[in-house]
Design a protein around this ligand. Sequence first.
Ligand code: FE
Ligand code: FE
Ligand code: ZN
Length: 276
Amino acid sequence: MLHIGCHLSSSAGFAAMGRQAQALGADTFQFFTRNPRGSRAKPLDTADAAALAELLARQGFAPIIAHAPYTLNLCGTEEKNRLFARETMADDLARMEHIPGQYYNFHPGSHVEQGTEAGVALIAEGLNAILRPEQTTTVLLETMAGKGSEVGSRFEELREILDRVELPDKLGVCLDTCHVSDAGYDIIGDLDGVLAEFDRIIGLHRLRAIHLNDSLNPRGARKDRHARIGEGCIGLEALARIVNHPALTRLPFCLETPNELPGYAAEIALLRSLTD
Ligand code: FE
Ligand code: FE
Ligand code: ZN
């Protein structure tokens, strides 16, 4: 059975997101751990977190994805910004232990003018400072579109990060279909080839989640503008092949398409109707 959900607002709390996901026909979802632009997180409501953990187990949800604020940059040029990213991520990971065994997705970072090599080294250094042997959360590196100086638009860059991390078993990869297409990978015409390349460079066992988005722009555009399912340059046929691919069917798929809740419910129903 397809595991699918969408990005939800966390403003009503943890258990409320679980109930909202169920109402949308979802069995996974994603949320921002805190305001993407701000830094402050509300004090954690442990009873609410426990209620969500219980709901996820009882309803047989696939792992859910907590998304780090996208303004964090483990490889920024200024040390204070790099340390801020580390502290925020470490705090998020401590909170996530109240909902054990889920995913924490983050954008590897932007190297600004330092170069990809330096960026990769700083990202791995940051991860080595915050990953803990006892954590139950798997941290996911998101594949990026390659906008500006983003690190992680090539599978090789993600592999280099994994190679430098001391606790690689705490890490996985989240493949964003809009981002990989924007980065130049031909998921429309040669999905098998792209997945074979992922397997050769990173290893498919590291692939833990899919962000299922259409793209407003053609392959290689490096723009990162998401479109609704079937309304972009990737198209419904290619996205249906992705949710039905035998190497991917076990994974949680999460929509980050420009939608309100009824639009998400319709996309979830559509994609469920295209799988068996
Ligand atoms: Fe993201
Ligand atoms: Fe994404
Ligand atoms: Zn994106």
